[in-house]
Design a protein around this ligand. Structure first.
Ligand SMILES: Nc1ncnc2c1ncn2[C@@H]1O[C@H](COP(=O)(O)OP(=O)(O)OP(=O)(O)O)[C@@H](O)[C@H]1O
Length: 287
C-alpha cells in the first residue's frame, strides 16, 4: 500500500517543475461540502481540489462564504455534510489527535496578523514551534530568525506588534505561518489594507515562497490585482456556491455576469433584478 500523503516526503519545487497541475497529487480535496449557520445554508455543495505546488485563490463578494470555507479547511468548523480530504485524510472524520498531526503541516497567515500584542516579534513567530515541538529555545530562535530573514524582518526581534507597520504585520504573519515549513499555506487577505507597492511586495513574497519550497498555497482575497498576479487558478464563490475554478485568463473570459460583475467591481445592488430583490426582502433567497 502507498504511504499516506501526510507522512510521505513532499516533492520539492524542482521535482514539481514541468508537471502539469492536473497531473499532480491533490493536497486538499473538498467534495460536496454543505454547511449551515442555524437553518441557513451557507456553503452549497462546494467541491474543489488544490494540487501540489498550486496557488489557489478563493474570491467572491462580501458574504459569499470565503471565510466559512477557509474555516472548514482549517478544521475550525464542522460541515453539515461532505468531505474535506487534507493530505489524504478526511478531516471531518478523524480524531483530534490525528488532526493535530495534519495541523502541524498547515501554516496560516490570519487576516490582521493575529499577533499577540504582549509578545515581541521573535516570540510571536516562534509560537507554532512552542505549540508543536519540543525543541530548545535556541533552536526555535534560529528557526524563527531564518524565516524572519525570508520575509525581510531580520533584526526586528524585539519590536512589539504595536510598533509594526501594516506591511510588517503581514510579513510577520507569513513568517509565523511558514516557521514549521508547512505543506500547505493559507493566507486570509494577505495584502488587504496595504498600499499598492507594499501589497505587491507581499504577492512577490508568496510567489517566491512557493517557488522555493513547492508548497501549496490557498489565498482568500478581495484584491483583484493580487489574485491575477499570484493565482494558478481562481475559485469564484457566489452565495456559497462555486461558480468556476479556472486559470486567470479563463476566469477573465468567463461570460457569467456574476463573474464579470465581480471582476468589474460592480456592486450587487446595481445588477440586482427586482424579483431577486423581492425574494431577499421576504427572506426567500436565504436558503
Ligand atoms: N457565525 C455566523 N453565524 C451566522 N451567520 C454567519 C456567521 N458567519 C458568517 N455568517 C453568514 O454566512 C455568510 C457567509 O459569510 P462569510 O463570512 O463566510 O463570507 P465572506 O465571503 O468571507 O465575506 P467577507 O468578504 O465580507 O468577509 C454571510 O451571509 C454571513 O452573514
Amino acid at each position: 500500500m502507498a504511504e499516506p500523503a501526510a507522512t510521505r516526503r513532499p516533492p520539492t519545487a524542482a521535482e514539481l517543475e514541468g508537471i502539469p497541475l492536473d497531473e499532480r497529487e491533490a493536497v486538499i480535496e473538498v467534495e460536496n461540502l454543505v454547511t449551515h449557520y442555524g437553518d441557513r445554508k451557507i456553503l452549497k455543495d462546494v467541491s474543489l481540489a488544490v494540487r501540489q505546488g498550486e496557488i489557489l485563490v478563493i474570491m467572491g463578494g462580501s458574504g459569499s462564504g470565503k471565510s466559512t470555507l477557509l474555516n472548514h479547511l482549517l478544521g475550525l468548523l464542522k460541515p453539515t455534510s461532505g468531505t474535506i480530504r487534507m493530505l489524504g485524510k478526511d478531516i471531518t472524520r478523524i480524531s483530534e489527535r490525528e488532526y493535530t498531526e495534519i495541523r502541524k503541516k498547515l501554516g496560516v497567515a490570519f487576516q490582521g496578523g493575529a499577533l499577540f500584542s504582549s509578545m515581541n516579534l521573535l516570540d510571536n513567530i516562534m509560537l507554532p514551534l512552542y505549540e508543536h515541538t519540543d525543541l530548545d529555545r535556541t533552536t526555535m530562535e534560529i528557526m524563527a530568525r531564518m524565516k524572519m530573514e525570508v520575509v525581510s524582518l531580520s533584526g526586528f526581534d524585539r519590536l512589539m506588534p504595536a510598533e509594526l507597520s501594516g506591511g510588517m504585520i503581514k510579513r510577520a504573519a507569513l513568517a509565523r505561518a511558514i516557521v514549521m515549513d508547512p505543506r500547505i499555506l493559507f493566507c486570509d487577505e494577505p495584502s488587504a489594507g496595504l498600499d499598492p507597492v507594499v501589497a505587491a511586495a507581499i504577492d512577490d513574497l508568496i510567489l517566491s515562497l512557493r517557488a522555493a519550497t513547492g508548497m501549496s498555497v490557498v489565498v482568500v482575497t478581495h484584491e483583484l490585482e493580487s489574485a491575477f498576479k499570484i493565482a494558478d487558478r481562481i475559485c469564484v464563490l457566489d452565495k456559497g456556491a462555486v461558480l468556476t475554478i479556472a486559470s486567470v485568463p479563463e476566469v477573465k473570459a468567463n461570460p457569467d455576469p456574476r463573474i464579470q460583475n465581480l471582476l468589474n467591481r460592480r456592486t450587487e445592488e446595481e445588477v440586482l433584478d427586482p424579483e431577486e430583490y423581492l425574494r431577499r426582502l421576504t427572506g426567500e433567497s436565504q436558503s
